[in-house]
Every structure is written in C-alpha cells, then in structure tokens.
Design a protein. Structure first.
Length: 118
C-alpha cells in the first residue's frame, strides 16, 4: 500500500516532505477566525506610557523611518504606517516609556487610522 502510494506520489512529482505534510496538522492559522497567540517579545503596535516620558526626544532622534512626532512632553504621535518595527525607540528611551504591545492586527485602508496619538 505504502509502495503504491509512494509510487503514485513519485509520478505526481510529490516528494517525501510534501507527502508527509499531507497528514500533519497545518502550521498556519485560519486568521481571523482563529486567534493568533503572540510571543512576549513580538514587535507589534507601539505602546507609549506618557507618564514616564521626560521629553528626552531620543525616540524621535533615533527613528530611522521618521515615524515619531514630538508634540510636547508626554505627547507623541506614532505613525505605524511608517514604522519598520526596528525597536530603536524602545531601546533608546531612557525611562522605558515606549514598548511593543504585540498587537499586530490593526490594518486599515486609511493612513490616518495608523497614527497612534498619546
Ligand atoms: S520601532 Fe523603529 S521605526 Fe518604529 S517608531 Fe520605533 S524607532 Fe521608529
């Protein structure tokens, strides 16, 4: 039976790796029906704690995508449409006011909706 199956696979151009995956549970999720569990260090949307901000502007100075706009102490605008999730703002913030929250499903067909204001 296995030989027959294997022979058929060979004729169909299916290799062993492909064949064994036909009987395995899929790795992909049926998103958005199935909830995707993110890891603690997943880089998703920026989370900003305005109470920790001292106005050092290190995030603004170091952002390679110019995605952060400084409005005032404790007030920033993050344009997630420009962000490349490099993590420099998170690393450079002296007080830890910026972090990634792991939320990745915030797609929009309007650019304005990708701007996160604090
Ligand atoms: S993660 Fe990188 S690109 Fe995104 S806002 Fe921070 S510094 Fe800018």
């Amino acid at each position: 039976m296995l030989e027959l199956g294997w022979g058929l696979c060979g004729k169909m151009g299916i290799n062993w790796e492909c064949f064994k995956h036909m009987f395995m549970k899929p790795f992909t999720k049926l998103y958005p029906k199935e909830k995707v569990i993110t890891y603690p260090k997943t880089r998703g949307r920026i989370k900003f704690d305005s109470s920790k901000c001292i106005g050092a502007k290190e995030c603004v100075k170091n952002c390679p995508a110019y995605a952060i706009k400084y409005i005032g102490k404790g007030k920033l605008e993050f344009d997630m449409g420009k962000c490349i999730f490099c993590g420099l703002c998170v690393d450079m913030c002296p007080t830890g006011a910026i972090s990634f929250e792991g939320k990745f499903d915030y797609a929009s067909n309007k650019k304005e909706k990708l701007v996160v204001k604090s």
